[in-house]
Design a protein around this ligand. Structure first.
Ligand code: APR
Ligand code: PHB
Length: 391
């Protein structure tokens, strides 16, 4: 087998890259370990930055997002029993975000690629990447028990944090930056109409809570928990009691409850590998970096990476010029580290840290008071949340 770009992973990074390459007339093959159904049903965050929304619309895959997505122009920060709205529209000159589940984005991209006769090989096994430090990179894998080899000009490692591409790079050439969070999120999907029009990020002495949503009928809610939390210790009524406590507000606001249809614990970490490339292998998305979910940046950062990579590959095939490809990592990392900063800032402002003393709590409350009373401070949150301008 042979193609121009071999892509490992059919998550947001791999599928957006394959779609953008197709629009530039560049051929790719996507190799995915899981089934199509698994990829289309994997529950993940659902906040799309303005730039991501614009890219999906401009490249012809935004129809269902426009129909089903919920456009939001603000969020609420809730602390000391009171809510404070951050007005994105006013603070960013009209930008907002769209609440549209990641697995819906995946469905739209898979449909678009297959409709364009794109090649996505699902349920492949034993993927390995080779020769990317030379002129002829290859990807080996098993398909239906048959050993296959895909020759390509370049390889895109879009296989997430636990993939095989990053580990294939000589560790002596990489620098890893990481910090584990001493907490996790217990998340639920519930058949309950969202109790707020917009997202609520709540600081509480018992721990952080987040009210989000998927549709006018489905709520998505999270509460801070221990990294090793045992879900068996969290029956639905205990989850609702804790959410009611942490999201309580002075007025008669009530959290509407309903049947829990999915629950899980999400670990939280910050991770960056530098550089994001080695020879003809380019890492994108979670394969290169992980952010805590507080800033809702994971998918958006993956899209930003592959937007840079697709442009660099288009330049190469149009002119033979390798400059943008050689600058890929440096360009992506400028955004990656700004997003890491924002995600860590949001996380440290809103979560209770083990061992925190009364000083820490008062300092966090002062930070929240400052962000919700200073236009300048609120604007920094708003411009990062809706997404910094794409370079
Ligand atoms: N071979 C083939 N496919 C693989 C392999 C492998 N060895 N390892 C992982 N994959 C696939 C996974 O099954 C997954 O479909 O690569 C894909 C990686 O997708 P993501 O983990 O979603 O990573 P990315 O595309 O970078 O998107 C990042 O997705 O998971 C969320 O929170 C994350 O929002 C972030 C976004
Ligand atoms: C979600 O809806 O899943 C979500 C929203 C905002 C976040 C994280 C997750 O910061």
């Amino acid at each position: 087998m042979r193609t121009q770009i071999g892509i490992v992973g059919a998550g947001p990074a791999g599928l957006v890259l394959s779609h953008l390459l197709h629009l530039s007339g560049i051929e790719s093959v996507v190799l995915e370990a899981r089934s199509r159904d698994y990829c289309e049903q994997r529950i993940r965050a659902g906040v799309l930055e303005q730039g991501t929304v614009d890219l999906l619309n401009e490249t012809g895959v935004g129809e269902r997002m426009r129909q089903q997505g919920l456009v939001h122009y603000g969020i609420e920060l809730r602390f000391a029993g009171r809510g404070h709205r951050i007005d994105f529209k006013e603070l960013t000159g009209g930008k907002g975000v769209t609440i549209y589940a990641q697995h819906e984005v995946i469905k739209d991209l898979i449909n678009a690629r297959l409709a364009a006769q794109g090649q996505i090989l699902f349920e492949v096994e034993d993927v390995s990447v080779h020769g990317f430090d030379g002129p002829h990179p290859t990807i080996r894998f098993q398909e239906d028990g048959e050993q296959q080899e895909l020759g390509c000009d370049f390889i895109a490692g879009c296989d997430g944090f636990h993939g095989v591409c990053r580990p294939a790079i000589d560790p002596a050439t990489l620098t890893v930056y990481e910090r584990d969070c001493p907490f996790a999120w217990l998340g639920i999907l519930a058949e309950a109409p969202p109790s707020s029009q917009e997202l609520i990020y709540a600081y509480h002495h018992r721990g952080f809570a987040l009210l989000s949503m998927r549709s006018p009928q489905i709520s998505r809610l999270y509460l801070q928990c221990n990294p090793e939390e045992d879900l068996e210790q969290w029956p639905d009524d205990r989850i609702w009691r804790e959410l009611q406590t942490r999201l309580a507000a002075e007025n008669d606001w009530k959290l509407i409850e309903g049947p829990v249809i999915q629950k899980g614990v999400t670990g939280m970490r910050s991770f960056v590998v530098e550089p994001m490339q080695s020879g003809k292998l380019f890492l994108a998305g979670d394969a290169a970096h992980i952010v805590p979910p507080t800033g809702a940046k994971g998918l958006n950062l993956a899209v930003a990476d592959v937007r840079v990579l697709a442009r660099a590959l288009a330049e190469f095939y149009a002119s033979g010029n390798m400059r943008l490809l050689n600058e890929y990592s440096e360009k992506c990392l400028r955004r990656v580290w700004k997003v890491q900063r924002f995600s860590w800032w949001m996380t440290s402002m809103l979560h209770r840290f083990q061992g925190a003393n009364p000083f820490d709590e008062r300092r966090q409350l002062a930070e929240l008071d400052y962000v919700t009373s200073s236009r300048a401070a609120a604007q920094t949150l708003a411009e990062n949340y809706v997404g910094l301008p794409m370079e």
